[in-house]
Design a protein. Sequence first.
Lengths: 149, 162
Amino acid sequence: MTRWAAAALLGMATVLAAVPCAAGRGPEVQVTSVRAFEHGPSDAQLIELRPRLRRLVGYRSFRIVAEEHRRCGWGTRASFTIPGGRVMHVVPKAMREQAVVMQVRLLDGTRSLIDTDVRLQNRGVMLFGVDREPHAPDGALIIMLRAEE
Amino acid sequence: MTCAEVDRHLDAFVDGELPAAMLLEVARHASGCATCDAAVRTLTELQHRIAATAEADAAALDLSGVWPAVAAGIEREESRATWTRRMAMAPTLAAAFALAAAALFWVRAASGPSGEVPRVATHRPNQAVIERLDSEARIELRRERKNGTTLIMVSDDGEAAR
C-alpha cells in the first residue's frame, strides 16, 4: 500500500467516524413527571408554573416525582421512564421555523396512550397528562416535555 | 272602675296608651287599691328593666365594621357608574380609533414600498402544533392562551377512544 493510499484510507475513516457524531447532535430533551393533587403543598421549583398548571390541569398541588434530560439525536428514539410503569418515546425529526418537530409516544405497557407528531417551539414546554390513574384516583400525572436545540 | 277593669287596661296604662279620661280613672282606682297599685308598680318596674337591658345590648353592639362596609359599597357603586360613563363614550372612542387607523393606513399606502413594515412572526413561548394525534385511550386537548402551552390529557380508565 502506498503512502497516498494509506492517507486516503485514514481520511475516509476519519470522515466516517465523524458522521455518526454529527447525526447524534440534536435537541436537549427534558422530561419531568409531576404528580398533581387536589390539596397539599407544591414543590418550590413549580411555584412559578403553578398558576398555569392549575388553569390547565385543574389541580392545586404539584410535586415532581421524576426528572430526566438528555441530548437526543435527530431521527433517533430516546426513551424516558415515566412513573406508573409507563414509558415515553421521543424521536426528534427536524427543526422547522424555530420549532422542534418530533414524534412523541406515551406507552402503558403495549397500550398506546398518546402517539403524536408535534411541532414545539424551541425551548418550549408542552404537557401530557394521565388523569385519575387507577392507582392514584385522587390525582393526575403530568409529564412536562421541553425541547431545546 | 273595678279591679278586673284595671287589670284589663293595665298594659295600656303603663305604656301610656289609654285615653286621658280612662288613664285618670285607672290611676284613681290604683291609688285606693293596694293590689292594683302593686300590679302597676310591678309592671312599670319590669318595663324599666327591659328598657335598661335593651340599652345595654345596643351599647355592646360592635358597629365599627358597618361604616367601612358602607364606604366600600359606595366606592363600588361609584366605580360602576364610572365604567357606565366610559361605556357610553365607547362609540365615540371607536370612531376616533377607526379614523386614526384609516389615516395610518393612508399614510403607509402613500409612502410606497419603502414604508413597508416587515412582518414579524410572533410565537408564543410554548406554542405547539399538533400535526397528528392517535390514542387508544380517551384524550382531551387543552390550551393555555397566554404562553400557548398545550396539554394532551389522557383519561386512563381502560376504555379505548372510539
